[in-house]
Design a protein around this ligand. Structure first.
Ligand code: FES
Ligand code: FES
Length: 163
């Protein structure tokens, strides 16, 4: 077992973990962060995407011990009380989800994209989200939502940080 300290959505946890434990299982099974879903067992779907020290990662392809000393932001850390993050509002307003299974990962990947490129073209949005699969929407509304979120977040450093 290994002892790790990890901050998730602003709360610091100390956990004893097996070295083989995946970050997504730490989040879901130990910390109750079930807003981060598991959509595959091949690291392909992107549903489990979270931010790890400011960069999006597929949390099913990261070991919990690799997050020792790190700051993790999940979809559950984006809203402030009843106030949704601009990307969450944009996905809602553009009807960018149907079953919603891919949505947490899509939003976290979009946040990472907008940190690097605050005003992306549609092509750049599609490229930035190519690691995230959606089986329902056909992607057009997702691209529109990211564009709308980018417009809303323009100049809002807090929204770009995700907090
Ligand atoms: S559950 Fe992580 S990529 Fe599919
Ligand atoms: S909304 Fe169903 S998988 Fe994307």
């Amino acid at each position: 077992m290994a002892r790790i300290t990890v901050t998730v959505d602003g709360v610091t946890y100390e956990e004893e973990v097996e070295p083989r434990l995946l970050l997504v299982h730490l989040l879901r099974d130990r910390l109750g962060k079930t807003g981060t879903p598991i959509g595959c067992d091949t690291s392909n779907c992107g549903a489990c995407t979270v931010m790890l020290d400011g960069t999006s990662v597929k949390s099913c392809s990261v070991l919990a011990v690799q997050a020792d000393g790190c700051d993790v932001l999940t979809i559950e850390g984006l809203a402030e009380g009843d106030r949704w993050h601009p990307l969450q509002r944009a996905f809602h307003e553009e009807h960018a989800l149907q079953c919603g299974y891919c949505t947490p990962g899509m939003i976290m990947a979009a946040l990472d994209l907008l940190r690097d490129d605050p005003d992306p073209s549609d092509e750049a949005i599609r490229h930035g989200l190519e690691g995230n699969l959606c089986r329902c929407t056909g992607y057009s509304n997702i691209v529109r939502a990211v564009r709308r979120g980018a417009q809303t977040m323009s100049g809002d450093a807090e929204a770009v940080r995700g907090r």
